[in-house]
Design a protein around this ligand. Structure first.
Ligand SMILES: [Zn+2]
Length: 398
């Protein structure tokens, strides 16, 4: 290999940068093309790959070259039923990419960190005029109901979602510089923020502590990330409950100390006993309910000790009513319950630090992304997602 002096200099600089944890000098990733592909959902269960001109940028806009985007449960609902009536729409809100061009007024991200061409970014929500959901520096209400890229009606710009080659981040959006995170971590930010928020909600009960015995029910991506967050916080006694051995094994890799397969225990008494046994004869101090099953919601109270706590976060959509016994399940046990929904902007920034800690303690976060598809196979990606065989499905643009 012929290494010129300049090349050696460049490599040395790169190594030094890596050691310092700073990102390399901005590199232009080639000329910006005139057009961008987008995957547009044009009918139920059907995306078309369309091509649109990349528009002139406004002074407050950012042009991002998309590197990847996770497929969310919300995308699955849109794909199947269009509950938000958005078709035609460019979906994809768990995306990340590289800044290739910025308007002259853009200099910092939503946390005050400098932004430059070459930086890797994610977006959170698009500001509305409600200060309760838009203020970064206060722990205000969650961003539920706010607009996000990837769930916007189609317009003249078209580059509105992360299932595309390029996206235009417009004035008034929250954007974060996450150059220090690898691509997989960046794709996982949005779902992880949901769990950071849930754990913050759980902490408001005052019951969740370092030595708490914690049940996490449901080992889909949400439950698995919940376990990972608890581990990075130093919670040691975690029992994962699920019906699939494969997922329970993964829960152990993510930090669960014990697992209970509910299919191996007939009836709620036997199941409760199994959970109790997993903690050496004690019920849980705290429980996270991470499934969308009303029966699972009804069951989880039985796993919690008198005076314990519960965070319910599994119902992203209306899964129907659950039957509980208020006397036995809540009053006589004095259980403190919190619900959790999406996240705040503050949670978003906390998530970046969580992902660094998870990596540092060796949690296999990347394994959450079980399937990767190029943009032109987005229909296949969604069909795979609907089969529920994997965990996180991602579109990767490289
Ligand atoms: Zn999502």
């Amino acid at each position: 290999m012929d290494l010129s002096q300049a090349k050696i200099q460049e490599i040395v600089q790169q190594v030094l940068n890596d050691m310092n944890g700073t990102s390399a000098a901005p590199k232009a990733s080639g000329p910006i093309p005139k057009t961008s592909r987008v995957a547009m959902l044009t009918a139920l269960e059907h995306y078309d790959i369309k091509e649109y001109p990349i528009p002139e940028l406004g002074d407050d806009d950012i042009l991002v070259k998309v590197e990847g985007c996770g497929v969310c449960g919300t995308d699955a609902h849109e794909f199947k039923r269009d509950p938000f009536g958005l078709i035609p729409v460019v979906l994809g809100h768990e995306g990340t990419g590289e800044i290739v061009k910025m308007g002259k007024n853009v200099s910092k991200d939503s946390a005050g960190k400098p932004l430059k061409v070459g930086d890797k970014v994610v977006t959170c929500m698009i500001f509305k005029d409600n200060p309760d959901i838009t203020m970064y520096d206060l722990n205000k209400q969650n961003v539920g109901g706010a607009d996000v890229y990837g769930l916007l009606p189609d317009d003249d710009i078209h580059l509105n979602g992360w299932f595309a080659d390029y996206m235009v981040i417009r004035k008034g959006s929250s954007v974060f510089n996450v150059s220090e995170l690898d691509l997989d971590s960046r794709i996982l930010i949005e779902p992880c923020a949901v769990l950071i928020h849930a754990v913050e909600r759980a902490k408001t009960t005052g019951i969740l502590r370092f030595n708490s015995r914690v049940v996490v029910q449901g080992c889909g991506p949400i439950g698995l990330i919940c376990i990972a967050i608890l581990r990075t916080m130093g919670v040691e006694n975690i029992t994962a409950v699920d019906g699939e051995e494969k997922r329970l094994n993964f829960a152990k890799e993510m930090g669960a100390t014990k697992t209970v397969n509910f299919k191996e225990h007939q009836g709620i008494e036997a199941l409760t006993k199994a959970v109790e046994d997993s903690f050496g004869g004690y019920l849980a101090d705290f429980a996270f309910q991470c499934t969308g099953s009303p029966i699972a919601h009804a069951n989880i109270y039985k796993f919690i000790r008198n005076g314990g706590g519960l965070c319910e976060l599994g119902f992203f959509i209306n899964g129907g009513d659950a039957t509980i016994n208020p006397h036995f399940d809540i009053c006589s046990k004095e259980i403190t319950t919190v619900g959790s929904w999406v996240y705040t902007l503050r949670d978003y920034a906390t998530t970046f630090d969580f992902l660094k800690r998870a990596k540092a303690i060796g949690l296999p976060m990347s394994k959450l992304i079980t399937h990767r598809f190029p943009l032109d196979q987005i229909n296949e990606a969604h069909v795979t997602n609907l089969k529920m065989e994997g965990l996180k499905i991602a579109i990767i643009n490289k």
